[in-house]
Each structure stands twice: as C-alpha cells, then as structure tokens.
Design a protein around this ligand. Structure first.
Ligand code: Z5A
Length: 210
C-alpha cells in the first residue's frame, strides 16, 4: 500500500503548491495525511535547514552539506516519518533523499556511493513508495521562484548547477521507474494537477476520479 509519497524537482517547479493539492485529494478520499518537508520537519531539522540555506561568509564544504542533510533526515525519520507510517498515516514530504542524489550528487558532483552509504545507514530499507518529480526547464523554475523571494544559499548557484540537478532527477526516474515518475511541470498548474491525479489513480492511491 502506498503510504510514503515525496515531491521533488528543481526550485520553483511547484512542489509546495502540488503537495497541498495532493493532500486535499487524499483527505477528500478519507486518508489521514502528515505533510512535512526536508531539510526540516523537526525542531533540529529546521535549525539545520536555517544553517544550510542561510548565507554566511564561511564557505560550507560539500561533505558538510551532505552530512547535515542526512543528520536532519535521521531526526525526521525517527520523530515524524516512521511514527506516522506506523500509525497508518500517509506521509507527504516536500523533498527527501532523491533531492540529495540530485543536489549533492548531481549539482555538487559528490560521489554517489557516499550518498547511497548514508541512505542505507540512515534509512535501512525504507524508501518512498512514490516519488513525483516535477520536471521543467531550469529557466521556468527559476523565473517562478524568482518572483517570490530572495534566493537562499543554494538558490544562488548558477544555471549549470541546476541543469545538473535536473539531469540527475531524470536519471533517477529512469533508474527506478516503478517508484519514481516524472511529471511535466512546465504546463499550466491545472494541467500539472491533472497529470498528478492520473498518477495517483494509477498507483491506486486514489480509487476514484474525485
Ligand atoms: N536540498 C538539498 O540540496 N539536498 C537535500 O537533500 C534536500 C534539499 C532535502 C530546500 O528548498 C533547498 O534544499 C533546495 C534543495 C536543497 N534548494 N534549492 N534550490 P525548498 O524545497 O524548501 O525550496 P525550493 O526548492 O527553493 O522550492 P520552492 O522555491 O519553494 O519551489 P516549489 O515549492 O517547487 O514551488 P512553489 O512554491 O509551489 O511555486 C513557485 C511559484 O510558482 C508560486 O508562485 C506558484 O504559484 C507558481 N507555480 C507553481 N506551479 C506553477 C505552474 N504550473 N504554472 C505557473 N506558476 C506556477
């Protein structure tokens, strides 16, 4: 049964907007949901998020960034995600480990083995049942995000960084077609939502076209 759903994609593609859309659909169908995000989701995770995203004169090393993502994730899994799944709730998470493969693996070009070792250590066999990657060209995501707020430490990266992130996400979808799907997020929001709703029905998360 699909209980752990994550949303992914480069900045501005619509993760937050569509997470709320999915939550509404699931709640209408009677499912209890926990909506959360990474990095974050716990007091320690949110503190780490502050450190990870805020600007500082000190250049954070890519290894430190990777380890902080997984430190936040370990706390999140222990305090929020596993308890919710054990209580038969559906967890909707704005980013998870696929973001680490995309940003630290693709963007920062860290050795993927470092990431998979940490993934196994921190998560054991737990993986999302379904990961929806909202895919759109970098310029579209950046234009949408740019309208909203000042860029954070990671958003300040150049377009080639985000291009590598996008490509890493596409690779992940090709490597794990049963649990990771790509949605064309360059379309109007209502058309993106139609694709998502179709996927939820295909994965039997929604039984009816509500
Ligand atoms: N990160 C990492 O490096 N490694 C990790 O392991 C993890 C994370 C877990 C967290 O950012 C940062 O952490 C992120 C990756 C890194 N850094 N970057 N870049 P985040 O996830 O909190 O925030 P974000 O990536 O910057 O996402 P966002 O800017 O919040 O965007 P979004 O949630 O995808 O989009 P949105 O807020 O729903 O929509 C943006 C705007 O576009 C908004 O005005 C919407 O109304 C509009 N929108 C949405 N969809 C559409 C469509 N289809 N058409 C037109 N307009 C639209």
């Amino acid at each position: 049964m699909v209980k752990f759903i994550t949303l992914e994609g480069i900045e501005g593609v619509g993760k937050t907007s569509n997470l709320l859309f999915i939550k509404e659909l699931l709640e209408l169908s009677g499912q209890e949901c926990v909506v959360t995000r990474e990095p974050g989701g716990t007091p320690l995770g949110e503190a780490l998020r502050g450190l990870l995203l805020s600007h500082s004169d000190e250049n954070m090393s890519a290894d430190a960034e990777l380890l902080m993502m997984f430190a936040a994730r370990a706390e999140h899994l222990n305090k929020v995600i596993r308890p919710a799944l054990n209580n038969n709730k559906t967890v909707l998470c704005d980013r998870f480990t696929e973001a680490t493969y995309a940003y630290q693996g693709g963007g920062r070009q860290l050795d993927v083995n470092k990431i998979s070792n940490l993934e196994q250590w921190v998560q054991g066999d737990l993986r999302p049942d379904l990961t929806i990657i909202l895919d759109a060209p970098v310029e579209i995501g950046r234009a949408r995000a740019g309208k909203r707020s000042e860029p954070d430490r990671i958003e300040k990266e150049q377009d080639d960084f985000f291009q590598r992130v996008r490509e890493a996400y596409i690779d992940l979808a090709n490597q794990h077609p049963y649990r990771i799907c790509l949605i064309d997020a360059s379309l109007e929001l209502k058309d993106v939502q139609k694709q998502i709703q179709k996927k939820l029905i295909e994965y039997k998360i929604l039984m009816v076209n509500c």
